[in-house]
Write a protein that binds this ligand. Structure first.
Ligand code: ATP
Ligand code: MN
Length: 255
């Protein structure tokens, strides 16, 4: 069938069909119909030519490395359309003033979640906070700039043992600078900023913008405080002479 052929193409299963049919089964189990159709949609438009590697498997989403039809590397985040995180997603979306109608259907709720992450990436870039460039989204799939080369960029957590005090000091300035820029210029907060969501590449890149939101959100101060506390705690433990989290929070939230 056409869809299956296209997916096999995308997953590079066309050659050693026999041997790799097991892999195809794994993908078929993870990917429901919507996901398969959405990948096909992107395939036909040249946005996804090939998915070749798994960058991460998580509770909410799997992230893949791939190529578009022009041979550019891409990162493809595919949200699960069934999720145990329904409540959390619902609560976060319900508090976001940008989100109007909230679908009752979990699948459609995940589409809203995906779209919001795309919008967050656009907004972050607009205020000069380094994030993967958003490329496209549809249903539960988000395509963005891939950070890395043959090897994906490591997370700060993965390379911390190789870093010196000077590196941590620079990264601390970067992270606090990003929090400030987002809040003051972008009226925005990341909400899950940590050593797990900073990739170390030519320059540091902040990823995972799914829970990011705007200042007008009634949860925004809680999220702002969480980001400040996490970053200051982490870099404090690495020996950086950090600011006082309460003070930093008051300074930003004060107006
Ligand atoms: P988690 O629940 O583990 O935080 P998640 O489902 O929220 O994961 P992300 O944090 O966005 O998803 O991505 C998971 C992992 O995939 C990242 O830690 C990173 O290693 C990799 N990754 C995500 N986006 C990119 C990208 N644009 N380029 C390279 N690697 C990426
Ligand atoms: Mn993450």
């Amino acid at each position: 069938e056409r869809l299956d052929r296209e997916i096999a193409e995308v997953l590079g299963l066309t050659e050693k069909r026999e041997k790799d049919s097991e892999l195809f089964k794994v993908f078929s189990e993870v990917f429901d119909r919507t996901t398969v159709e959405t990948i096909s949609y992107f395939y036909r438009r040249g946005k996804i030519e090939r998915l070749y590697g798994v960058l991460s498997t998580g509770k909410e989403a799997n992230v893949f490395a791939g190529y578009d039809a022009k041979g550019n590397r891409i990162a493809v985040k595919i949200y699960r359309t069934y999720t145990t995180e329904f409540r959390r997603i619902w609560e976060y979306l319900a508090a976001d003033p940008r989100v109007g109608y909230l679908p009752k259907d979990i699948r459609k709720l995940v589409f809203v979640w995906t779209r919001r992450e795309f919008k967050n990436l656009q907004r972050a870039m607009k205020y000069a906070v380094r994030a993967p460039e958003p490329i496209a989204f549809r249903n539960n799939i988000l395509i963005m700039e891939y950070i890395g080369d043959e090897m994906p960029a490591p997370r700060l957590k993965d390379v911390e043992k190789d870093l010196e005090l000077k590196d941590f000091e620079e990264l601390y300035d970067f992270a606090i600078g990003a929090i400030e820029k987002l809040w003051k210029r972008g009226d925005m907060v990341h909400g899950d900023l940590s050593e797990y969501n900073i990739l170390i590449w030519n320059e540091p890149v902040i990823i995972d913008w799914s829970q990011a939101t705007v200042k007008r959100n009634r949860m925004s101060l809680t999220l702002l405080y969480r980001d400040i506390r996490n970053i200051i705690n982490y870099f404090g433990k690495k020996g950086v002479s950090v600011e006082d989290p309460e003070e930093k929070f008051r300074e930003l939230a004060g107006d």
